[in-house]
Design a protein around this ligand. Structure first.
Ligand code: APR
Ligand code: ZN
Ligand code: ZN
Length: 370
């Protein structure tokens, strides 16, 4: 048993409290990781709000981390003590039907126990005063020490600063990956991006890297336009400044619609707008934002009959163990920057402030330094 500082989520809507939890050593196939930094993402806030039907308390949230392997369990061969790793909430076992399909990154090997806040053997490694604390998304990066299955770790180049590349554990990869995996943006294409938070801005970067010619950034918060423009957006549009539906505005602006659109808000109404601003015959819309539990999308089927495509992706369609290390290499090669995303940094004790900043729309990403 080791002691670890961790932010514990006790229940819906309650602030996190910093505790010294006990962490059991890694069992067979598991790895103990010392977390160096963790971003705070909307999905953490969604679960903490109580709106997540899968939310389990008490638990240790956090899923956008970077850390160092501290100890390995029996039979672990793919990582060693001292390796730098990014925890994966979408693991990659390489053996399940999903991994073998070659068509998806949605490995299902440990899905059931992960959803229950447990390790694959059905137990938790965290406790406080003898009471169980549950895992979250299989990662629990708001703890100085956390235990993960080996298949849920991407081993990355040690040169990469963990305080930045932790963002590749969720938001930035989700956005950038969607551009190349879910869509297939080609040089010269026109794209529209709805929502300019960490996800939408990552799509902007991905679109620039893919050579998109026109990048239309859409947000109701005009404060987001400066950074979007800096990163490469060519047009910034605030739907509140138009009388017509925003899809009509975009169709007019683009001589019939965009080649690709991305919904990075999680709002079912903007999902419809994102589909309907696509060009007749070939435009494709990718849903990235996560809508509230039970919500439904709608459009007229004629939109699809006339050639538009609606699709979606999780974690950018990126296979964590085989592909994420390449994103880290691209970052090290200077192909994209991460510091633009990090608007705030703080110690673990101030983690509730990170949630406040997010709710107030003041941060792109807050990164917790342990
Ligand atoms: N129209 C346009 N923009 C909107 C609208 C709207 N109706 N509603 C919100 N926005 C903008 C916000 O102003 C904000 O800039 O969408 C952006 C969303 O950004 P963040 O809140 O920072 O969210 P982000 O971290 O990028 O995640 C976006 O992806 O992972 C999911 O759960 C997450 O669903 C969320 C989405
Ligand atoms: Zn996330
Ligand atoms: Zn698998």
């Amino acid at each position: 048993m080791i002691k670890s500082r961790a932010a514990v989520a006790w229940g819906a809507g309650q602030p996190l409290t910093i505790e010294e939890v006990s962490v059991q050593p890694p069992k067979a196939g598991e790895v103990l990781v010392r977390i160096v930094a963790s971003g705070v993402c909307h999905t953490d806030a969604f679960t903490l709000s109580g709106d997540d039907p899968e939310g389990i308390f008490p638990s240790i949230l956090g899923h956008e981390g970077g850390g160092v392997v501290e100890e390995i369990g029996e039979g672990v061969t793919s990582v060693a003590v001292g390796d730098h790793v990014i925890p994966l909430y979408t693991p990659e076992c390489g053996q399940c039907k999903f991994c073998l399909s070659g068509k998806t990154n949605l490995c299902q090997k440990i899905r059931t126990t992960q959803g229950q806040g447990l390790m694959p053997d059905g137990t938790t490694r965290f406790s406080l005063h003898g009471n169980e604390i549950f895992h979250y998304m299989g990662t629990s990066t708001f703890s100085e020490y956390t235990v993960l299955p080996e298949i849920a770790l991407a081993k990355i180049n040690k040169q990469a600063p963990l305080k930045e590349v932790c963002l590749l554990g969720c938001g930035v990869t989700t956005g950038m990956g969607a551009v190349v995996n879910a869509a297939n943006v080609k040089p010269g294409d026109t794209v529209a991006i709805f929502g300019l938070g960490g996800i939408g801005l990552s799509v902007v970067i991905g679109a620039v890297m893919a050579g998109a010619q026109r990048i239309i950034a859409v947000d109701i918060n005009a404060d987001k336009f400066e950074l979007a423009t800096k990163l490469g957006a060519t047009d910034c549009i605030n739907p509140q400044e138009y009388g017509d539906p925003i899809q009509d505005v975009i169709v007019d602006l683009t001589d019939g619609g965009v080649d690709y659109s991305f919904e990075c808000i999680g709002n079912v109404h903007t999902m419809r707008s994102a589909l309907e601003c696509c060009h007749k015959g070939w435009g494709e819309s990718v849903i990235i934002g996560v809508a509230g539990a039970g919500q439904e999308i709608s459009t007229r089927p004629f939109q699809l009959v006339t050639g538009r495509v609606w699709r979606g992706t999780a974690f950018g369609g990126v296979k964590g163990r085989s592909q994420l290390p390449g994103y880290v290499e691209d970052y090290l090669a200077g192909k994209f920057r991460l510091d633009d995303f990090i608007t705030h940094t703080m110690g673990l004790k101030d983690i509730n402030h990170a949630f406040e900043l997010m709710h107030e729309g003041k941060s792109i990403r807050s990164v917790i330094h342990f």
